[in-house]
Design a protein around this ligand. Sequence first.
Ligand code: PNS
Length: 165
Amino acid sequence: MSNAVYPGSFDPVTYGHIDVIKRASHLFDTLTVSILNNGAKTPLFSVDERVNMLLDVCRDIPNVKVDSFSGLTAKYVQENHFDVIIRGLRAVTDFEYELQMAQTNRKLAPEADTVFLTTSLEYAYLSSTTVKEVACYGGDISKFVPKSIEEMIHQKYELRSKNGK
Ligand code: PNS
């Protein structure tokens, strides 16, 4: 059995993430998509909201589970006996950070390897940050995220503007 984990912020999940999730789900027996609960960042969506988003977009992929974690990825990997860490690589600009992270994780959890999937070309430009920026100025994000996620993002920005944030 090969058990892979795809850790990330997923704030929010995009078509780029979904592409990586689908492709990784074909390569491993189980794939756990896991959201980092990062106290140092202020996300747009709570961990519970992001869990629900991921459950929704992964509902038709049978070997995908959704989870969340706090602290070090390497510790979470060891505690849950994952043998592979999945990360998506969009462009050369991702590479230095990803390489450093993979090498650090390998030092801390030598039993797990990081496997990089190159993002499909049509999503190479896409990031959660871009989606939030376009949405916050009222732009069309329908090409970046599924309809259900699009609605949640618009709702969030409407609530924020109503509350004067
Ligand atoms: O979706 P992201 O924000 O690019 O995901 C980054 C993530 C969550 C995978 C990374 O920040 C992470 O693993 N954080 C947990 C803390 C950790 O283990 N740091 C050491 C690796 S250098």
